[in-house]
Each structure stands twice: as C-alpha cells, then as structure tokens.
Write a protein that binds this ligand. Structure first.
Ligand SMILES: [Zn+2]
Length: 340
C-alpha cells in the first residue's frame, strides 16, 4: 500500500511512527462507539492521522446543548437534528476522503455488538453509559479485539487500554457497573469541553499504537484533570476470577433479545429498544402520524409530538420518548403511535 507521504510528512517525521507506522495506520481500522464529545475528538484525530477505515456508531441526534464540547458538529447539524453518526461521517469524509467511513445510527445492544466489533483492529470508547461499556468489554474480550476505555465527568477524564489476554480488562478493574442512579452524569453534574477532547486525544494515541503494533501501549488506568492540569496513573492487574477475561463468562453479551425501556438519567426521557430489530418505514409512518400530532422527518429520524410527549423514532425501531421518566408511560406512548 502506498501512502501519501507528503500529506503525512510531519507525522512520518515523528520517529515512533515513520513511514512503516503510517502504512500500518492506512491498513488499520477502528470502531468509534459513541460519537459524542469523546468519540468526536478521537474519530477526528484517527481520520486525520490516516487510519484506513473508521466505523462510527451512535444512537442519538445532535442537539444545541452538545455543541460546546462535541467538536465535530455545528449549528446546522443541531438545527437539522441529524443523527450523530451521520453528521460525524459527513464531517470526517470532508477531512480525509481516503478514509473509508461507515456510520450506524443504532443503540449498542447484546444483539448487535459482536457484529459492530467484528473485523476492526481497535475499538475506541466514546460511550456515555456503563452498561454499554461492559457490553463492549465482553464483545472485545470474547473476540480478542483491543479496546480503549474512556470516560469523562466535569473536568476529569479516565482512560485505559485493554489488550484481551494480555493484562486486565475493564471487569478486572471494575468488576460490576455502578448501579443506575448511583453516579452523577454529565446531565446532572456538567462537563467542560477540554476534558473529553483531551481524553479523546489520549484514546486516539493509544488506538494508533495498537494499530501499529507498538510495544508502547500504556497499561495503566490514567486520570486526567484538565482544570488542575494533573495526570495521575494507577497500576492495575488482571484478576484471575474476572468473569470476562478469566472465566470467559460473557454475562452482558448473554442478555440477548430483551425489549428494554431505560430511563435516560437527568433528561426526563426513556429509551425504548424493541425486542427484535426491525426496519421501520419511517416515511410512511410520518404520513400516518401527521393525523395524530405534529411530525417532522429529516430522512433519518422521525420526530413526533403529541399529548405533551416528544417521540424520536429511529430506523431500527428504537425510540426516545421525552416528557416522562416512567418506563411504562413511555412504552404506552410507543405502543400507541409506533405499535409493538
Ligand atoms: Zn478481566
């Protein structure tokens, strides 16, 4: 494979990469799971660095309140309520036409996570919830795919690189996800843009090292506080009794085929995920729903308002019901207008 030596000249001059490293990046592929603040920063750097293929996954749409930290998006994306994966793909393609970019507007579930992870050289965490991270950990450990964990709250971020079979996985370090409602979230405690951008940058460095087969992948848990300007690292060890990498019991992966209604913390919203993925004919549904309330459809996402609720419906049948934090109420709204 020939790489554009002129384009990447300054990066090739960096001795840890060189022309050989650049070629490995061009042959490499990454899954960026979650395209919010972390994912946007990491994906931009990976695409600009010349990684050959990047797969983007996100379940949500761009909103004005994202723009202070999600550096891939602009006001037009928010006004059009574009799905983040689609908007990200559009901006990333403009940055580097040589990078093959795929976008999936889906929630990461036990049903699809193995498919999403399959075939990539590294997975980069841009997620906003622990349930999905444990699912990604299971899928990556099971398939032997390296992944870079990252999370942010306020001005502090954390990251760790996981090489399955070589050092600890996420469950070795944090055996169980925190119970819902036990940790503050970015929706309740806030977040400043530099924190996810800095952690996204660290994640991108590690992902490039993995793709280049570098022996210098960092193995510690790293905490970065951008307000204080401090970086603290903690040595972590593999746990022989880890359910995932020790006993190879993939408990999160095995929770298959459940319809779920999950309250989205701090947002007065509930996400409904149907038991089976189904392609919803959104265009036709938009016409039908126009009789029952106010509808808009941007080609990707159907937005429907009625009874004081707002329903965002995605092509895979998933919906976010705004205006309630009650799962049953949201299920009712879904059943009334989408059918289930
Ligand atoms: Zn483990």
């Amino acid at each position: 494979m020939t790489v554009d030596v002129e384009r990447y000249s300054r990066q090739i001059l960096f001795e840890k990469i060189g022309e050989e490293g650049q070629e490995k990046l061009a042959r490499g592929s990454a899954l960026v799971v979650g395209c919010g603040a972390l994912g946007a920063a990491a994906a931009s750097l990976l695409v600009r660095a010349g990684v050959g293929a990047v797969r983007l996954v996100d379940r949500d749409v761009v909103e004005a309140s994202n723009l202070h930290r999600q550096i891939l998006f602009d006001e037009a994306d928010a006004a059009a309520r574009l799905p983040k994966a689609e908007a990200a793909a559009r901006h990333l393609r403009a940055m580097n036409a040589a990078c093959r970019i795929e976008a999936f507007t889906v929630d990461v579930t036990p049903r699809n996570v193995e498919r999403l992870v399959a075939g990539v050289g590294v997975v980069v965490d841009g997620l906003d919830n622990f349930e999905a991270r444990y699912l990604v950990n299971d899928a990556c450990v099971s398939a032997g795919v390296p992944w870079v964990y990252g999370g942010v709250l306020g001005a502090v971020g954390v990251t760790m690189t996981i090489l399955p079979g070589d050092g600890p996985c996420l469950r070795c370090v944090f055996p169980e996800p925190p119970a819902p409602g036990t940790l503050p979230t970015c929706d309740t405690q806030g977040v400043i843009g530099p924190a996810p951008v800095a952690i996204g940058a660290l994640e991108a460095v590690e992902a490039c090292k993995v793709l280049m087969g570098s022996g210098e992948v960092r193995r510690e848990l790293a905490y970065l506080d951008v307000w204080e300007g401090s970086l603290r690292t903690v040595r972590v060890a593999r746990s022989p009794s880890c359910p995932a990498c020790g006993e190879r019991r993939f408990e999160f992966l095995s929770a298959k085929a459940h319809s779920t209604a999950a309250a989205l913390c701090g947002r007065n919203s509930v996400q409904i995920t149907p038991a089976t993925e189904a392609a919803i004919p959104l265009e036709r549904l938009a016409q039908e729903l126009a009789r029952a309330g106010s509808v808009s459809f941007n080609g990707f996402v159907l937005e429907f308002r009625a009874e004081g609720y707002e329903l965002l419906l995605f092509p895979d049948g998933r919906a976010i019901v705004k205006g309630t934090s009650e799962a049953d109420v949201a299920r009712g709204v879904y059943a009334r207008y989408v059918g289930s």
